[in-house]
Design a protein around this ligand. Structure first.
Ligand SMILES: Cc1ncc(COP(=O)(O)O)c(C=O)c1O
Length: 400
């Protein structure tokens, strides 16, 4: 960062490529395959406007006053009810409303990490989580969950401050953590007592089959009564309804919720009451279920178009696994000469932007992969974007 001001030291550790690709959406004619943005045409704007109008006029105090730090009691109840089933027993004491899932990550860093604390993190890792925890200068024990080898979750979690995984269609890799690995994580979290964050923004975006069980549910099975186990589940409205309401939630043991509440007090006092009222109505009226089918139909078409375009244009340059849901395809360059930090610049010169893998690695060392988003752009743009990416990759190889 170029400035003479006495900013905190960690600011100097931020990743420049992240800034570049996040700004790409503003460049005219750029096909942005870099972001993780949902398709706006499915957003029920008129219904949300009506809910907002009613919330302000009919529930003025809840909507416009400060809320309790933990969130509006009725919304916490509605969230608890949504996740309650035969085995998982939640009360509002298990729920904290947050300002997006991002705030939950930030607060978890605040309550769990002293400088240098060890995080057992799924690799590659969501860059927002890296950003949230960077000021605490954590160290990472990487957890590579892909491949055929049985993963030793116990060894991974032992001694860490917490574990972090995105089991449903991970950001960035699109990887779906298999049931056996989920079970071994839950066993390991119970055996070691290490908190395990289950970050789940993409859990509603299964395109090919029924959802796998949540770690929260697998853990709750082991106990009677309100949840008191080691899984800290993070949910958000961002990918199941709209990101702009900035509504997220944490589900966890009551003492974790209390600690997070203390941290939230020093962060934003409370999440917008108006947005909480809209969220409460959206859950109660089934709005999320109403828009799910049209959303999934668009995403499935786009996922297939993107993967077909990749097959036709990129199969000699990259390898990837078609994701079963979520928003991303993770593609690994076949030629080791390809540095995807450099590819970002060449690709942008060719009019397409993708996210380079270094952004998802705390050391920035992983430079051989890219994350490609399939949810935001229409099929024509996906096709053109992939052709541009193929041109850029060949150009980069020719120059190397
Ligand atoms: C894995 C993961 N966690 C958390 C978030 C944060 O989402 P939000 O703050 O919009 O709820 C995202 C957003 O892309 C994500 O991909």
């Amino acid at each position: 960062m170029i400035s003479k001001r006495p900013f905190a030291k960690w600011l100097g550790d931020t990743n420049e490529v992240t800034r570049i690709f996040l700004a790409a959406g503003e460049i005219p004619d750029m096909i942005n395959l870099a972001g993780g943005l949902p398709e706006p045409s499915v957003w029920p704007a008129d219904i949300i406007a009506d809910m907002a109008y009613k919330a302000v006029l009919e529930n003025t105090e809840e909507a416009l006053a400060y809320s309790p730090i933990e969130g509006l009691p009725r919304l916490r109840d509605v969230i608890a009810e949504r996740y309650n089933n035969n085995e998982t027993k939640l009360t509002r004491d298990n729920v904290l409303v947050t300002t997006g899932g991002m705030q939950a990550l930030d607060l978890l860093g605040k309550i769990m990490l002293d400088e240098g604390g060890l995080i057992a993190g799924q690799f590659p890792t969501y860059l927002g989580a890296l950003d949230a925890w960077r000021p605490r200068k954590p160290s990472y024990r990487p957890m590579h969950l892909e491949g055929n080898k049985k993963f030793d979750a116990h060894a991974a979690l032992e001694g860490a401050k917490f574990g972090y995984i995105v089991p449903n269609f991970s950001n960035p890799s699109g990887f779906l953590v298999p049931l056996e690995t989920r079970k071994s994580f839950v066993d390991a979290a119970h055996a070691t007592g290490t908190l395990l964050i289950e970050d789940d923004p993409y859990g509603t975006l299964y395109l090919d089959g029924p959802p796998l069980p949540r770690l929260l549910d697998l853990s709750a099975k082991r106990q009677i009564g309100p949840y008191d186990g080691p899984i800290v589940y993070l949910g958000t409205l961002s990918k199941m309804l709209v990101p702009g309401l900035r509504i997220g939630w944490v589900i966890g043991a009551p003492d974790v919720i209390t600690a997070l509440t203390l941290a939230k007090q020093g962060s934003d006092i409370c999440t917008s009451g108006l947005c909480q009222k809209i969220a409460q109505e959206a859950f109660s009226q089934g709005l999320i279920e109403d828009i799910l089918a049209p959303t999934l139909s668009i995403y499935k078409t786009r996922r297939d178009v993107l993967c077909d375009a990749m097959e036709a244009n990129l199969s000699e340059l990259f390898q990837w696994t078609k994701p079963q849901g979520g928003m991303f395809v993770w593609a690994q360059a076949i030629d080791p000469r390809i540095d995807t930090n450099l590819l970002l610049h060449t690709a942008m010169d060719c009019g397409v932007c993708v996210s380079p893998s270094s952004a998802f690695d705390p050391s920035g060392a992983n430079k051989n992969s890219i994350r490609i988003n399939f949810t935001l752009n229409e099929p024509d743009k996906l096709n053109v974007g992939i052709k541009r990416l193929a041109t850029a990759t060949r150009r980069l190889l020719a120059e190397s």
